[in-house]
Design a protein around this ligand. Structure first.
Ligand code: HEM
Length: 430
């Protein structure tokens, strides 16, 4: 067993959180190059942390040693979301997953497909109408917001526009609490972003509780009937499902999809229209190269190892999906967009991705996400060709809090003259 390379430095002064948050990609790349290994240590959130940047390390952390590396109950998410599955561990987490998974599979999932298709059509139907370029990230975020509010709360902008607007605005304030300093300060005429976010959370919880009491239909109805541990559990989880997190992740993937298939990608677009398997490989490659979230964090509950390196009890471990997805051991030409790799060298290796987590604590929305992407990407491909407008734009990505180009990209859509036949994605990730 060897000692972890790198240094965790001294408390506070040795903390590298700022450097990591400024540019997590450069942070990892520099250390991988310096130490010659894809597992190393540094100090994040003032805790000694092992960074995992290899596929093998990620599998060990999230699958084989999932009972050693646990979720952190004091995670920053906990401040803004309260008790929920994301920070739970052990039996509690298992039972919650068993219950909640019902919402995102089978009959429940199928019952949402009409809404998903109609929202995709409503948000994407007039993209070429004005002839003007469209800022795609906010467009896709709006699509994601309509999807989650329609599915999880039965709130639709065409039926109750004011309530839809109110919830959307509250979700934005709530989101600022996730990305701001957790200090709650309020003086006359000024309050910290965190304090405003907590107030927004309370208002959202009131709306959610009201919906849980009154609505019988859809996911809210299913959720109320689930065997959950206590009365507040359903509302805490609805807060998680409707928050800005999912629309932003969805917008991130749809933006990356649109950009990589723009302009010169015409041949790729044609192939994706004709071949659902190829579209599936494109979506795998999109999530490999541009995972919406940088990764996830765990805490070791005992002395252990990762990749043969000693990890002391209470050390944190951070898996970095951007780096894991570029592990040259598994993904040859890791920086290149090569959908064909998924029917060639990497065929059947979707389980080596971690953009939706991995192992027993992976994302419970995997299938729902698949349906979202199938509907939105299918609609775009069937109805449009598109290109960047202007042709040359700065597409440099930022990776936190959710990956996307720093400068919002503008895309010009042209309606297809003949509608292609419906694209269909096979079941399975993404
Ligand atoms: C593009 C969309 C999405 C992305 C990129 C995404 C990503 C992720 C990731 C990376 C994790 C694992 C976090 C970790 O390892 O610590 C996760 C967990 C989770 N996701 Fe998603 N997710 C998406 C959509 C959804 C949807 C639609 C839902 C449900 C409404 C959902 C619900 C959850 C829940 C409840 C967990 C926690 C599971 C647990 O801790 O056992 N996600 N997601």
């Amino acid at each position: 067993m060897s000692k972890l390379v790198g240094t965790a430095g001294v408390s506070v002064l040795g903390d590298k959180s700022l450097e990591f948050y400024r540019d997590p990609v450069a942070f990892c790349e520099q250390r991988i190059e310096k130490h010659g290994t894809r597992i190393f240590q540094s100090r994040l959130l003032n805790k000694p942390t092992s960074f995992v940047c290899s596929v093998e390390g990620m599998k060990e952390l999230l699958c084989e040693k999932s009972s050693v590396f646990l979720k952190d109950p004091t995670d920053v998410m906990h401040n803004m979301y309260g008790d929920n599955i994301v920070t739970a561990n052990g039996e509690e987490a298992c039972l919650l997953r068993l219950s909640l998974t019902n919402l995102f599979t089978g009959k429940c999932l199928a019952s949402g497909s009409d809404l998903i298709n109609s929202v995709s059509e409503r948000c994407l139907k007039n993209l070429s109408a004005t002839g003007e370029p469209v800022s795609v990230y906010p467009l896709f975020k709006r699509l994601g917001t309509e999807l989650v509010l329609g599915l999880f709360l039965n709130v639709k902008p065409d039926e109750t526009p004011e309530l839809f607007q109110e919830i959307t605005a509250l979700c934005t304030l709530h989101w600022h609490g996730i990305i701001s300093t957790p200090i709650s300060v309020k003086v006359p005429l000024w309050s910290s972003g965190f304090c405003t976010a907590l107030e927004a959370k309370d208002k959202l919880m009131d709306i959610i509780k009201d919906k849980l009491e009154c609505e019988r239909q859809g996911f809210v109805g299913y959720l109320r009937d689930l065997p959950l541990p206590d009365a507040s559990c359903a509302s805490q989880h609805l807060l998680l499902f409707i928050s800005a997190l999912i629309p932003k992740a969805l917008a991130s993937l749809l933006t990356s999809f649109t950009l990589v298939l723009s302009g010169a990608g015409k041949e790729i677009r044609n192939r994706a229209r004709a071949d659902p398997d190829y579209l599936y490989y494109i979506l795998l490659e999109v999530q490999r190269l541009w995972p919406p979230f940088i990764g996830g964090r765990r805490i070791a509950n005992q002395d252990t190892t990762l990749g043969g390196f000693h990890i002391p009890k209470a050390y944190a471990a951070m898996y970095v999906s951007h780096a894991i997805h570029r592990d040259p051991e598994v993904f040859h030409q890791p920086e290149d967009f090569l959908p064909e790799r998924w029917c060639g060298r990497n065929a059947g290796q979707e389980h080596l991705l971690c953009s939706l987590g991995n192992g027993p604590r992976n994302c419970i929305g995997v299938q729902l996400n698949n349906v979202f992407l199938k509907a939105a990407c299918g609609y775009l491909l069937q109805h449009y060709d598109w290109d960047l407008s202007p042709y040359s734009q700065d597409l440099q990505y930022k990776w936190l809090p959710v990956s996307r180009p720093t400068v919002p990209p503008m895309v010009s859509f042209t309606e297809l003259e003949l509608e292609s036949s419906a694209t269909d994605l096979p079941d399975g990730p993404p």
